[in-house]
Write a protein that binds this ligand. Sequence first.
Ligand code: ZN
Ligand code: ZN
Ligand code: ZN
Length: 188
Amino acid sequence: MSQVEYMRRYRAKHRSLGLCVSCPRQAEPGKARCSKCRSRDNQTVIRLKLQRQQRGLCTWGGCGRRAINSYHCEEHAERVTQYTTDRQQLHQQLGLCIRCKSPALPDSLLCEVHREKSRIANRIRTNYQGGLKGGRPRKRVDLDKMRELAQCEGSSVRSIAAGLGISEETLRRNFGVELASFRQASKT
Ligand SMILES: [Zn+2]
Ligand SMILES: [Zn+2]
Ligand SMILES: [Zn+2]
């Protein structure tokens, strides 16, 4: 029996017994290896990737060509994009969120969590760019400060508005989404 064949059988046998394929320990449920082997491998992979990234090389396993962006060479950057697009298309067909495996909301490509996240990200982007709202420049507000104020024990819309130097009405009307999400986050 060749070495390769031996290893293949060894792994298959361990796998069928629910044992780690790299050591004699019990494998994690549904995984090929135990938690120790998994975390050791993951750390090695992360360290290697980081080293490559710092040297400007492609981080794709076994590639090592010069990277064109901060992660991949031309070929692998394309493959990653292709993979992402394929996965998004598949999820879309199955009615799943394109960012995770949760069911997507009706009329949306995203699940509840991700739609909320992207909505906040958009609002924040517009806010930082001083986007126009209803033809008038939107008042700029320090969102970090808003978060801080919102997460203070016993804060109210009034105290937050006062802390930001805007009226309660402006706060509610223009920054309701951010405010709600900051206050929600402080409760959990
Ligand atoms: Zn193991
Ligand atoms: Zn590459
Ligand atoms: Zn999602």
